[in-house]
Design a protein around this ligand. Structure first.
Ligand SMILES: Cc1cc2nc3c(=O)[nH]c(=O)nc-3n(C[C@H](O)[C@H](O)[C@H](O)COP(=O)(O)OP(=O)(O)OC[C@H]3O[C@@H](n4cnc5c(N)ncnc54)[C@H](O)[C@@H]3O)c2cc1C
Length: 357
C-alpha cells in the first residue's frame, strides 16, 4: 500500500513538470502513466512558446505570460538536476496578421520582408515580427525525464489509472497493480482526461495534429519561426535535430487515432513551400501525429472538482502545453499547498459553464 501526498496521473510535460515543482517543495509524489512517459502530445509538439499568438484566446494571456517568465528558472532547474541544458532554438516569429486586424503597430512592409532572410513569398499575408521563443520538445523531454529520475519522485510507467474514488479526506486510485491512497490526486492525462475524471461541464477531447520534419538545404539557414493561420515552419538551430525544420500541423477530430496520412503530409509540404520557396525540394525526414488535449472553449482546466475537493485537474492545454507547463506546475502547486495562486484561475475553473467561441 502506497500513501503519497500527491498522486499524478499522466507523465507528459504537465504531469512531470508538476511532479518536479511539488518535489522541490518537499511533497511526496507518485506519477502513474498508462504507457511510456513523454511519448504522447508532449513529444509530438513543435515547441513554439507562442504566448502572444493573436489567435490565442485572450483569457490565456496572464497564464501564458506567467509561464514565459518562469521558463528560464524551469530550464535552469532541469539543467542543475539532469546536467542537460535545453537551449532556445529560435528567438523570433514572423507572424501573419489576422485579415480582420486593420493597422497593426509593428506591421512589416514588403521592403522589410525583402530584407528578412530567408526568402519569403508573403502572398496575401501581412506580417509582424514577434519576440517569441521556441525550443525542441524532444530535448526538453529528455532533460525532464532525466531530472525526474534524479529525485525521489516515484514514476511508474505502464500503470494505468482505472478509476479514482474519494475516501474520507483522500483519494483512492485504482491501477492494475493495486490501489494507491493519496491525500490528493491530479489528473494530467491530457487528451484522455475525460476517461479518467468525471467532468461535469467541459469535456476534454483529442484534436489530432499531423506534422513532418524536413532537412533544410545548406544554403537556407532559417533562424526564425514563420507562421500563418494555415501553416507554421519551426527550424531547429542547435542540438541533435539542428538543420531541420518542423512543418505543421493539421487540426482534426479523429478520436484517439494517430495514423499519418501521406496526402495530409504532402498538403502541409505544399503550403510550406508556397510560403518559403527554398523548402520546395527539402527532403522529408519524419512524419508523425499527436493528440492535443482540447476543451470546448480552448482554455485549460486547472483546479479541483466541485464534488471531490481532493481530485484536481491540470489538463486541456490544447496547442500550448509546452508553453504553459511551468506556470501550470507553479499554480497547481500553490493550489495543492493551500496558497493563493499567483494569477486568477477563475477562467480555468473545471466547473465553468461559459463556452467562449
Ligand atoms: C502536432 C502538435 C503540435 C503542437 N505544438 C505545440 C507548440 O508548438 N507549442 C506548445 O506549447 N504546445 C504545442 N502542442 C500542444 C502540447 O503538445 C500539449 O498541449 C501538451 O503536450 C499536453 O501535455 P500533457 O502532459 O497534458 O499531455 P500528454 O503529453 O499527452 O501526456 C498525457 C499522458 O497521460 C497518459 N495517460 C492517459 N491516460 C492515462 C491513464 N488512464 N492512466 C495513466 N496515464 C494516462 C498518457 O499515456 C500520456 O503519457 C502541440 C501538440 C501537437 C499534437
Amino acid at each position: 500500500m502506497h500513501h503519497p501526498d500527491v498522486c499524478i496521473a499522466g507523465a507528459g510535460i504537465i504531469g512531470l513538470s508538476l511532479a518536479l515543482e511539488l518535489h522541490h517543495r518537499g511533497v511526496r509524489v507518485t506519477v502513474l502513466d498508462q504507457a511510456t512517459p513523454l511519448a504522447e502530445a508532449s513529444t509530438a509538439a513543435a515547441g513554439m512558446l507562442a504566448a502572444r499568438d493573436p489567435h490565442n484566446p485572450p483569457q490565456l494571456r496572464p497564464l501564458a505570460e506567467l509561464s514565459l517568465s518562469l521558463y528560464p528558472d524551469f530550464l535552469d532547474r532541469l539543467h542543475i538536476l539532469s546536467g542537460m541544458r535545453v537551449p532556445f532554438q529560435t528567438l523570433a516569429t514572423l507572424q501573419a496578421i489576422p485579415p480582420n486586424v486593420p493597422n497593426t503597430s509593428g506591421e512589416l512592409t514588403l521592403k522589410d520582408l525583402a530584407h528578412l532572410r530567408p526568402a519569403l513569398n508573403p502572398g496575401d499575408h501581412r506580417f509582424i515580427l514577434l519576440d517569441e521563443y521556441s525550443l525542441d520538445p524532444r530535448q526538453l523531454a529528455t532533460a525532464l525525464l532525466a531530472a525526474v529520475r534524479t529525485t525521489t519522485i516515484d514514476l511508474r510507467p505502464n500503470t494505468k489509472v482505472l478509476y479514482t474514488r474519494p475516501v474520507d479526506n483522500s483519494v483512492e486510485v485504482s491501477t492494475p497493480a493495486g490501489i494507491i491512497h493519496a491525500a490528493n490526486f491530479v489528473d494530467c492525462t491530457g487528451a484522455w482526461a475525460s476517461t479518467t475524471s468525471h467532468l461535469p461541464n467541459i469535456r476534454v477531447t483529442p484534436k489530432k495534429g499531423q506534422m513532418l520534419s524536413v532537412s533544410l538545404p545548406p544554403s537556407f539557414a532559417l533562424k526564425l519561426v514563420v507562421r500563418t493561420p494555415d501553416i507554421y515552419i519551426v527550424p531547429r538551430t542547435s542540438g541533435p535535430n539542428s538543420s531541420r525544420a518542423i512543418i505543421g500541423a493539421t487540426i482534426e477530430d479523429a478520436g484517439f487515432d494517430k495514423t499519418v496520412h501521406s496526402a495530409d503530409i504532402a498538403h502541409l509540404s505544399t503550403l510550406a513551400a508556397a510560403l518559403l520557396p527554398p523548402l520546395a525540394h527539402a527532403p522529408q525526414l519524419e512524419a508523425w501525429a499527436g493528440l492535443r488535449p482540447a476543451t470546448s472553449d480552448g482554455l485549460p482546466l486547472l483546479g479541483a472538482l466541485p464534488t471531490h475537493p481532493n481530485h484536481f485537474l491540470a489538463t486541456g492545454h490544447y496547442r500550448d502545453g509546452i508553453l504553459l507547463a511551468p506556470a501550470t506546475a507553479h499554480v497547481m502547486t500553490q493550489l495543492l499547498s493551500g496558497e493563493a495562486p499567483s494569477i486568477d484561475l477563475e477562467p480555468f475553473s473545471p466547473t465553468r459553464t461559459r463556452i467562449t467561441p
